[in-house]
Write a protein that binds this ligand. Structure first.
Ligand code: XLS
Ligand code: NI
Ligand code: NI
Length: 445
């Protein structure tokens, strides 16, 4: 199918047309097998369920470098010497990619999308120039911004942290970046704005005043909110937890730590959470646990989609392909209100040795299909299996009589204690975990 990629004048992904749904029997690596954007599941189209988004940094900036060697991927947009010309070419390639893949959203850091200049002013001018072009491309393609953010971790000035840096002057540079990135997000109509705590954390408590640093962070996020609201930003501010890497202790450790932080600093009306699978597993939690925790606190915002390597203890940012994880995630979301104004941003990269341009497509297609299968499985579990009834039945002793009175707060501790004597030893009730797990497997097909 011919595609209108006249946004720029060069086609970067030659030989790749719009990715179409071909069904589970297709052998075409560049086709969806399960993700059918118009298919209605549980009352919504798949497109609405997922609100898929591509991460600018991994897909168009990362070239596969690691501590043992330089990048392996040769991208045509990187061959241009002038940084602004390269940024414009990269933007062309990115919008061609979004359009061909058929995702409704993208996300970026200020530094992914435009290069730093020699001073604050020049850097901001670069960003504005690129954002104007992105604005036009959004209009032509219909692709929208899920969230923008500022990279407060790459520049060496942030080696001791950005907003939590012990040097006030460094904090002001973080402010310059956040202000400009917020302006950019507002101009592009972004639904959310993200704070991932880059180097906000520490290596040694011996040289760190943790309380003071966290107070600075809380205050800064209040000021960012005030500026955003005054400037017309109506979206949600998101904090993305991660327990470690790059610092030994990251302040935004996990969902629970961030929930406490949000409440302590009075941010709960404007801030929610952006939750990433590989960050959850680094913190010793499942993705489902983290998402459920945020939902239960009323602070679920959005998702960064990826998975870690079960054998490795770092953030490998692989494309999520694990069907069991996808199903558990979709169960939690279907039981809640779904992704709302958030979405599913692929914070994932192809491996260092996946060097064909088409591999970026294949990574995204595989993960979109995995999540589509997770959605279908979760829908089956909720509508056809006994699992929801079994779970409800487990708590039925709180549905009537004394149990229900307890839930309504009607007993004092000594009254509860008296009931123990009245009841005597409760009969043993199996948790039936293996049955629950077998049901999940039954619906993954
Ligand atoms: C890094 C984070 C980062 C955020 C955006 O581990 O996942 O990519 O999502 O700053
Ligand atoms: Ni992330
Ligand atoms: Ni990450």
């Amino acid at each position: 199918m011919p595609l209108d990629v006249t946004i720029g004048n060069k086609e970067y992904f030659q030989g790749i047309d719009k990715i179409e749904f071909e069904g589970p029997d297709s052998r075409n690596p560049l086709a969806f097998k399960y993700y059918d954007e118009n298919k209605i599941v549980a009352g919504k189209t798949m497109k609405e369920h997922f609100r898929f988004s591509v991460a600018y940094w991994h897909s168009f900036c990362g070239t596969g470098g690691d501590p043992f060697g330089p990048g392996t991927m040769v991208f045509p947009w990187d061959e241009i010497q002038d940084p602004m010309a390269a940024a414009k070419a990269r933007l062309d390639a990115a919008f061609e990619f979004f359009t061909k893949l058929g995702v409704p959203f993208y996300c970026f850091h200020d530094r992914d999308i435009s290069p730093e200049g020699d001073n604050v002013k020049e850097t901001e001018d670069n960003l504005k120039e690129i954002i104007d072009i992105a604005y036009e491309k959004q209009g032509k393609s219909g692709v929208k911004l899920l969230w923008g953010t500022a990279n407060l971790f790459s520049n060496p000035r942030y080696m001791n942290g950005a907003i939590t840096n012990p040097d006030f002057q460094v904090l002001t540079h973080a402010a310059a970046q956040v202000k400009a990135a917020l302006d950019a997000t507002i101009k592009l109509g972004g639904d959310n704005y993200v704070f991932w705590g880059g180097r906000e954390g520490y290596y040694s408590l011996l040289n760190t005043d943790m309380k003071r640093e966290l107070d600075h962070l809380g205050l800064f996020l209040q000021k960012a909110r005030d500026y955003g609201r005054e400037s017309g930003f109506e979206g949600t501010f998101l904090i993305e937890p991660k327990p470690m890497e790059p610092s030994k202790h990251q302040y935004d450790f996990d969902v629970s730590a961030v929930v406490a932080f949000i409440h302590k600093y009075g941010l709960e009306k404007d801030y929610k959470l952006n939750i990433e699978n590989n960050h959850a597993t680094l913190a010793g939690h499942t993705y489902a646990h983290e998402v459920q925790t945020a939902i239960d606190y009323g602070l679920f915002g959005s998702l960064d989609i990826n998975q870690g390597d079960p054998m490795n203890g770092w953030d490998t940012d692989e494309f999520l392909l694990n069907l069991y994880d996808a199903t558990e995630l979709m169960l939690v979301l279907l039981n809640g209100d779904g992704v709302g104004n958030g979405g599913m941003n692929f914070d994932a990269k192809t491996r260092r040795n996946s060097t064909d341009l088409e591999d970026i497509f294949i990574g995204h297609i595989g993960s979109m299909d995995a999540l589509a299968r997770g959605l279908l499985a979760a829908d089956g579990i909720l509508n056809k299996s006994n699992l929801p009834d079994m779970k409800k039945e487990r708590y039925s002793s709180f549905d009537q009589g004394d149990g229900s009175s307890f839930e309504n707060g009607n007993f004092r501790l000594d009254e509860l204690a008296n009931l123990a004597e009245v009841y005597g030893e409760p009969k043993q009730t199996s948790g039936k975990q293996e049955l629950y797990e077998a049901i999940i497997n039954q619906y993954i097909r």
